[in-house]
Design a protein around this ligand. Structure first.
Ligand SMILES: Nc1ncnc2c1ncn2[C@@H]1O[C@H](COP(=O)(O)OP(=O)(O)OP(=O)(O)O)[C@@H](O)[C@H]1O
Ligand code: SF4
Ligand SMILES: [Mg+2]
Length: 344
């Protein structure tokens, strides 16, 4: 169906609270603008890397964040854990606004809000032993050295490594093992939410599946929620409960994984999904590929109206002038920012 969407009332991002519980993480109007780099002595336009992101994540849930390179996924993830200061907007974690907490006030929050990075070797200090790397956040939180070492050994066991690995250095491990060490470190302080920024994209495909499985198991066993940032929609499908699709600094569709994969409402989501290879060769031959024209526009010079309109096969005049808001689509478990969403 191609009905214009003007009759629908704007809807906030749906709360995903399981059993009506308040969300673990709630993000409203998050913006990050970087100053433009100087070229030949002249200042370039500022880069609006994140342009008003709204998200909610329930306790125990895994939310996937997907989109093309440069759409603002990492910048969003880093603002959520306060590694980057937002230009505007709010981040609420466990019901508390943490957007402007001082480093001191943030310290106890960090125990419960951790991050894992894409390149495990680059994110582990090469001069430190594994024991020191995993124990460090515990020592910062006041644990004694023997207690921290004992906990580090337990965590290594949990991620499928052995206590004898404690005294080795990161370079002595493969990429998959090093990512397991990164996960153990993130789990050390008993977090409730881990932002995982492309945690498997630097790993071999066979190792990716093991690490994804490990994260899923640990999430379920330890009650940890994940914001899982990825390019690969098939990985996200395996690991996430809900999915948010980003384009040019904005969330353009967010909601229940099954609905979003089966009946994508936003033309950009449809295009991304049409590029995911299907396991069945016959289905692969039959299915329609939606080719996107050109590259994503620069966040330093975003298009007017809907940021996707220069590449959208469904764009109409209104798309060039009016920015679409996120509105409920389908059964109500999803929202999409499009004037003409596909509705089944
Ligand atoms: N420190 C910075 N200064 C200026 N621009 C930046 C900075 N960090 C990121 N950007 C720009 O912000 C935009 C979003 O970057 P970001 O790294 O968040 O994208 P991403 O979706 O994580 O991409 P990828 O999939 O390649 O990791 C890009 O245009 C990027 O060039
Ligand atoms: S240009 Fe934007 S608003 Fe218009 S149909 Fe495409 S995605 Fe929807
Ligand atoms: Mg990134």
């Amino acid at each position: 169906m191609n009905a214009p969407y003007s009759n629908c009332s704007p809807s906030p991002i749906r709360s995903s609270g399981i059993g009506g519980a308040p969300p673990l993480l709630s993000v409203r109007g998050l913006v990050k603008t970087f100053p433009g780099r100087r070229v030949l002595g002249r200042a370039a336009a500022p880069v609006r890397a994140v342009d008003g992101v709204d998200l909610e994540l329930a306790a125990g849930e895994t939310l996937g964040l997907v989109g093309e390179s440069g759409c603002g996924k990492s910048t969003t993830g880093r603002m959520l854990v306060r590694l980057l200061e937002p230009t505007s907007g709010t981040v609420e974690f466990e019901g508390r606004d943490i957007t402007h907490l001082s480093p001191r006030a943030l310290r106890p929050v960090r125990r419960r809000l951790q991050i894992i990075f894409q390149d495990p070797h680059a994110s582990l200090n090469p001069r430190r032993t594994v024991a020191r790397i995993i124990a460090e956040p515990l020592l910062v939180q006041g644990a004694t050295a023997p207690a921290a070492r004992e906990r580090a050994a337990e965590l290594l066991d949990l991620v499928g490594l052995r206590a004898e690995h404690l005294d080795r250095h990161p370079y002595q491990f493969s990429g998959g093992q090093a990512q397991r060490i990164g996960i153990a470190r993130a789990l050390a302080t008993g977090p409730r939410l881990i932002v995982a920024d492309e945690p498997v994209s630097a790993l071999d495909v066979s190792v990716q599946a093991q690490v994804v499985h490990l994260m899923g198991r640990l999430g379920a066993e330890m009650g940890v929620s994940f914001l899982f940032i990825a390019h690969d929609l098939s990985v996200v499908k395996r690991v996430c409960d809900r999915v948010a699709v980003m384009y040019l600094g904005r969330v353009v569709e967010i909601g229940d994984k099954r609905e979003l994969y089966d009946e994508p409402a936003h033309p950009y989501t449809r295009a991304l999904l049409s590029a995911v290879p299907l396991p069945d060769p016959a289905a692969e031959r039959r299915r329609e590929r939606i080719l996107l024209l050109g590259d994503p526009p620069s966040p330093a010079a975003p298009p007017s109206g809907c940021g996707f309109h220069p590449r959208c096969p469904k764009a109409q005049a209104v798309c060039r002038t009016e920015r679409p808001l996120l509105r409920v689509v389908g059964s109500g478990a999803r929202t999409a920012a499009c004037h003409f969403p596909e509705t089944g």
